[in-house]
Design a protein around this ligand. Structure first.
Ligand SMILES: Cc1ncc(COP(=O)(O)O)c(C=O)c1O
Length: 422
């Protein structure tokens, strides 16, 4: 499919009004058809590019149980980065053997829990973790080493992970990665291969290509030096999405081919399984968020008049704008002549959600707006800041019905952990 083609999920006006009346706002909405079609397209693209592939869904992007279940139904294993994410996958009915545990500071408890459950794979980040694994019964769990390939992706600082100055993984450049392989071999740990994840929301896939080539070259070098043959190479996630119309992520077919070629160039006639773990690129564009306008305020600034459109959510349901200066496309469920506005949340920060968006000039209190491409890293990053309940999420099913897959948080849930001693 052409990357110029905009196939992001968008609610039509009457559905937006109906859903907001039935379920309230703010409301996350996910299209099952859009999610499944992205999962399938990625799977088919990877399988077309290479004969032995495996995909995991990076559950950090959105770990609502039904989302995990759909990803698994579409043939994906589940990448978890904490005990909580593993518990979510188990509650969704996914066997631990189909889950892979990430994390740069896994606790003893997390490792014990994952191993007791029979986790399929652990992606080891550091020597402390190797020490902890060495003295445990690993059963049938496989180990992979997360490597820091020393490549610098072009994305926001907070979601760059592949560069040399990183807290993630064993550095190839300083020899840590080689020492980690030797450690696994000398302690007879079940090492299967290597992993890297260089960053997220990458519209230019150069860093992933370089990361893939680096871990493949490292695998070949280890064959010579340590007589270790990698049977699995995993290049993580990171493919970008179209937050704004001018964003043009590489079509997934081209992307998978590029990754396969980058690795193929280094491994020659070896034939390891190749793996990826996409999150954002399969779920972000399948979701939108509905907000209701609470206040429209016109202020005078030194640069002239400015309009604030304040909605009934904000930082607590979408922290990405504050964290990464993330941009989104906002559409009003109303029409008319437009002017520039800044959409803000109702938190006690200047929680600008979206600056300089075109919205109808007559937009007023009570009107709805929808924000596109919010399926990833919104629900999963939501908080209770300012004691806001986390929003509900509805799935628009293949049968056209809207089903609640996450209830709006209740006051009882919010305060259930609180203790007033005495
Ligand atoms: C190790 C790892 N794998 C996969 C992902 C998923 O990345 P994305 O959502 O950009 O595809 C991440 C995201 O941070 C990650 O840290």
């Amino acid at each position: 499919m052409d990357s110029m083609l905009d196939d992001r999920f968008v609610l039509d006006d009457s559905s937006a009004v109906g859903l907001s009346e039935q379920f309230g706002t703010p409301l996350y909405v996910v299209s099952e058809a859009a999610f499944r079609s992205r999962l399938r397209r990625y799977r088919e693209a990877f399988a077309a590019a290479y004969s032995a592939t495996r995909l995991s869904y990076a559950s950090k992007a959105n770990s609502i149980l039904m989302i995990l279940r759909i990803a698994h139904e579409e043939g994906y294993d589940i990448d978890v980065a904490s005990e909580g994410e593993l518990r979510a996958a188990l509650l969704a009915g996914i066997p631990a053997s189909h889950c892979h545990l990430h994390g740069n500071a896994k606790t003893e408890r997390e490792l014990d829990f994952a191993l007791e459950q029979g986790i399929g794979e652990i992606l080891v980040d550091n020597f402390r973790e190797l020490d902890r694994l060495r003295v445990r019964n690993l059963g049938s769990t496989k180990l992979m080493l997360r490597l820091a390939p020393g490549v610098d992706p072009k994305t926001h600082q907070a979601i760059r992970t592949g560069q040399a100055d990183t807290k993630f993984g064993f550095s190839i450049a300083d020899g840590s990665a080689e020492r980690a392989v030797d450690f696994c071999l000398s302690h007879k740990l079940p090492l299967h291969g290597f992993h890297c994840h260089v960053g997220s929301q990458l519209l230019d896939p150069d860093a992933q290509r370089a990361g893939g080539a680096q871990i493949a070259a490292f695998a070949v070098a280890m064959e010579g030096k340590s007589a270790f043959t990698a049977t699995l190479l995993n290049v993580g996630g990171g493919l970008g999405v179209r937050y704004l119309p001018e964003h043009h992520p590489m079509p997934v077919e081209e992307y998978c081919q590029l990754i396969v070629d980058a690795i193929g160039g280094a491994i020659g006639d070896r034939h390891p399984t190749l793996a990826q773990e996409p999150g954002r690129s399969v779920i972000a564009e399948a979701g939108v968020t509905l907000y209701r306008v609470e206040v429209v305020k016109d202020v005078s600034t030194t640069k002239g008049p400015k309009r604030y459109v304040v909605v009934d959510g904000g930082l607590s349901d979408n922290p990405r704008s504050a964290m990464y200066e993330a941009k989104y496309e906002v559409r009003a469920i109303a029409s008319g002549e437009t002017s520039l506005a800044t959409v803000s949340g109702k938190h006690c920060e200047t929680d600008t959600l979206f600056s300089d968006v075109h919205l109808p000039t007559n937009l007023a209190e009570g009107d709805l707006i929808q924000v596109l491409c919010t399926g990833a890293y919104n629900a999963s990053m939501a908080s209770n800041y300012n004691r806001f309940p986390r929003p509900a999420c509805v799935l628009l099913g293949l049968d056209g019905q809207a089903k609640v897959i996450q209830r709006r948080e209740t006051w009882d849930q919010m305060f259930s952990s609180q203790v007033l001693p005495g």
